[in-house]
Design a binder for this molecule. Structure first.
Ligand SMILES: Cc1ncc(COP(=O)(O)O)c(C=O)c1O
Length: 414
C-alpha cells in the first residue's frame, strides 16, 4: 500500500450523525445517516405533533408555525430570492416531477445524458438530451451550441428549461453550474439545478449560482424524514395545474364539479396534510450547517476523498470511473470496478465479511454508468471488467480508518 494522504481530525459537533458501532457506512450518496440535529428537532416536536394549517388548538398552531419557519429557514439556507416559492416535496424526484408538470406548454427541456434518472425521465416529450462531454468546458460549449440551434428553430420564442446536476451521483464530479446558468440566461432559457448530490457536500446558493430552480432531498442531507424541496421562480408554479389536487391546495370550492379556485403560492402544489417532521428535520440540518464551519467540513471530506482515491489507484485490479478526468473537482463519491469480480458479489462480501456498506449497480444513471464502464475498459485495455460498478461515498462522520478498512478489504480481492 502506498503512503496515503493524511486526514486532519474532523470538525466536531453540532453536526454529528447517528450510526451503529461496527457498521461502516460508505453509501451516503444513496441515503446519508441522520444528523443528531435532525433527530433532536423531531424528538422535541413530537409531543406537540398535531395538524398543520388545519387547527386552532395550541398544538396545531405551534406545528403550523414550525412548518412555515422550516420553509423560511430552508429557503434562506439555499439563497432563495424574496419572491421564490419553497415547496415541500417528498424528495428530488418529486421536486423535478413537480417542475416538469409546471413548465408552460411547449417548453423544451435540455439535459445532458449524464443525469440521474430523476433528471432525465420526468421531462416532456421533445426534450433534448445532449451527449456527456469529456470536460466541464465542453458542457458549457455544447449547451451554448444547442441553445443557439433551438433559438434558430421553428419556435424561437417558446420557453426553454436547462436541467443539470450540481454533482454526479456516479463520479462525484462537479458540473459548472454557474457557467451553464450564464449560458442558459444569455439564450433566454431558465435553469434548474438538481442539487441532490451537491448540497450534502458544499454550500449551494441559488442566488449566487443564478439558477432559477433548485431541487433537493432531505434524506441525502442528513434529514431522513421524507421531505425534499423545490425552490424557484413563482410565475410558472402559480399558473400550473396543482401537482396534488386536494385539501389545502384551494382557495375556493363551489358546488359545481369544476368550480374550484386553486391557491397560489406553495400551497397550490402541497395538497393534503404535509410532512411536518420531514420539513422540521431538514430545516434543523440547514441551521446546523449554517452554524458550522463548512469550509473545514469540506476540507476534511476532500482529504478523506484524496486518501480513498489514492488508495484505489494503487490497487492494480481496481479501476475508477470518471467523466471529466482524474483532477476534475468532485465531492465525496467514487465509483469503481474490481477487475474479474462481479460488483454485486463484491458488495455482498464487503457487507458480510467486513461490515462495510457500499452501493453496486448502475446507480439510477444507466446511460452514464454504461458509458463510463465502456470508457474504463477502453482506457485500461482490460477485458475482465464487470458490467456494473461499485460506489463508495462519504460525508459527515466518515473517517480515515473507515476508508482504510475498505481499501484493505478490496486489496484482498487482488
Ligand atoms: C443526482 C441525483 N438526482 C436525483 C436523485 C433522486 O433523489 P431521490 O431518490 O431522493 O428522489 C438522486 C438520487 O440518488 C441523485 O443522485
Amino acid at each position: 500500500m502506498p503512503s496515503l494522504p493524511t486526514v486532519p481530525s474532523a470538525p466536531s459537533a453540532p453536526l454529528d450523525v447517528l450510526g451503529v458501532p461496527g457498521e461502516i457506512n460508505l453509501d451516503y450518496a444513496a441515503s446519508a445517516p441522520c444528523a443528531r440535529a435532525a433527530a433532536d428537532a423531531v424528538a422535541e416536536l413530537l409531543p406537540w405533533y398535531a395538524s398543520v394549517h388545519r387547527g386552532a388548538g395550541a398544538l396545531s398552531r405551534r406545528c403550523t408555525l414550525e412548518y412555515e419557519q422550516a420553509r423560511q429557514t430552508i429557503g434562506d439556507f439555499f439563497g432563495a430570492r424574496a419572491d421564490d416559492h419553497v415547496i415541500f416535496t417528498r424528495n428530488t424526484t418529486d421536486a423535478l416531477n413537480l417542475l416538469a408538470r409546471a413548465v408552460p406548454a411547449g417548453t423544451t427541456v435540455v439535459t445532458f445524458a449524464g443525469e440521474h434518472h430523476a433528471n432525465l425521465l420526468p421531462w416532456p416529450r421533445g426534450s433534448v438530451r445532449l451527449p456527456v462531454p469529456s470536460h466541464p468546458d465542453g458542457a458549457v460549449r455544447d449547451l451554448a451550441a444547442a441553445l443557439t440551434e433551438l433559438r434558430r428553430g421553428s419556435s424561437p420564442a417558446l420557453p426553454v428549461l436547462v436541467a443539470v446536476t450540481g454533482a454526479s451521483n456516479v463520479t462525484g464530479e462537479r458540473w459548472p453550474v454557474a457557467e451553464l446558468a450564464r449560458v442558459a440566461h444569455r439564450h433566454g432559457a431558465r435553469i434548474v439545478l438538481d442539487a441532490a448530490q451537491l448540497a450534502p457536500h458544499a454550500p449551494v446558493d441559488l442566488l449566487a449560482l443564478d439558477v432559477d430552480y433548485l431541487a433537493v432531498s432531505g434524506h441525502k442531507l442528513y434529514a431522513p424524514f421524507g421531505a425534499g424541496v423545490l425552490i424557484g421562480r413563482a410565475d410558472w408554479l402559480d399558473t400550473a395545474p396543482p401537482y396534488l389536487a386536494g385539501g389545502g391546495a384551494t382557495s375556493h370550492v363551489g358546488p359545481a364539479t369544476h368550480d374550484v379556485t386553486w391557491a397560489t403560492g406553495p400551497a397550490r402544489h402541497e395538497g393534503g396534510t404535509p410532512n411536518l417532521l420531514g420539513a422540521v428535520a431538514l430545516a434543523a440540518v440547514c441551521k446546523a450547517l449554517d452554524e458550522a464551519d463548512q469550509g473545514a467540513l469540506a476540507a476534511h471530506e476532500q482529504a478523506l476523498l484524496a486518501r480513498l482515491r489514492t488508495g484505489l489507484a494503487a490497487l492494480p485490479h481496481v479501476v475508477e470511473l470518471r467523466t471529466f478526468g482524474p483532477d476534475a473537482p468532485r465531492v465525496g463519491i467514487v465509483s469503481f470496478v474490481v477487475a474479474g469480480w462481479d460488483s454485486t458479489e463484491v458488495a455482498t462480501r464487503l457487507a458480510a465479511e467486513h461490515h462495510i456498506g457500499v452501493r453496486d449497480g448502475l446507480f439510477c444513471a444507466h446511460p452514464l454508468a454504461r458509458r463510463l464502464l465502456a470508457e474504463a475498459a477502453g482506457r485500461t485495455g482490460r477485458r475482465d471488467l464487470p458490467p456494473t460498478a461499485l460506489r463508495a461515498s462519504i460525508g459527515l462522520g466518515s473517517t480515515a480508518a473507515q476508508v482504510d478498512r475498505l481499501l484493505a478489504a478490496l486489496a484482498e480481492l487482488g
